[in-house]
Design a protein around this ligand. Sequence first.
Ligand code: IPE
Length: 268
Amino acid sequence: MNCTSIDIIKIGGSVVTDKSSYLKVRKENLIKICKQLENWNKPLIVVHGAGSFGHIVAEKHSIQTGFKDIVQLNGIVKIRQDMSSLTQEVVSCLIENDVKAMGFQTSALAYSKDNEVLYFLKPVEKALSLGICPILSGDVLFVEKEGFTIHSGDSIINNLVKNFSVNQVIFLTDVDGLFEKTEDENARKLVRKLSYQDLVKFQAEKMKNDVIDVTGSMQGKIEEISKLLKHVEKVVILNGLFPKRLRFILNNEDVVSTTILGEKSTQR
Ligand code: IPE
């Protein structure tokens, strides 16, 4: 696809919602994030996660494992309805901060067949070229044989980087970045910069996981990130609970975070 290089921001579900409380938006945090994007005029796609708007019902109805029972349909329609209202929250907040944001329903742009997810991204591409900021989200996904599954925001980004020229992917999570163990058993050190090869070797410290997440935690994220690094200049992991850091990253300035350089990056 022919398009100027874009940035992608993934707002994790734990940043935009309270993951342990069904349908609870972290409104103050969302507002602070949107303020960082005020008047941003470079091409940008925002993908938001589901948090308590998706994972709780998905787990309850085993949506991830496909269609087995008609009762699951109650779950799938509820998730779609809930994700639509979360996207609406994100879009409204961005528009209030002068971002020309428009929500796109991921489950209407994607379909899975023979282990491959097919996307129709023309509308997203056109919106971008007009100066609109497309908002996508983790969502339900219809699947040829199994009926349906859950599609994470990270998987969507994996497809976007193959179809657009992407400069950087910024993950807003609820941690400062990736940590490594130190000699002191009780201490961990934030890793500021990693090459692609470093990441392959890197063993993420197992994150405390006391809330439901049907699409995997930091370990799963590292796997998704290593796929992205084949296509982008860099991936940045950032604490979305400190939203001011986002503007630094967008301006290519140094701030508390982990940067992982793409496989073909010439940076050191
Ligand atoms: C999950 O998307 C989508 C649903 C459960 C509907 P993500 O996996 O991207 O969401 P978070 O960021 O982990 O909450």
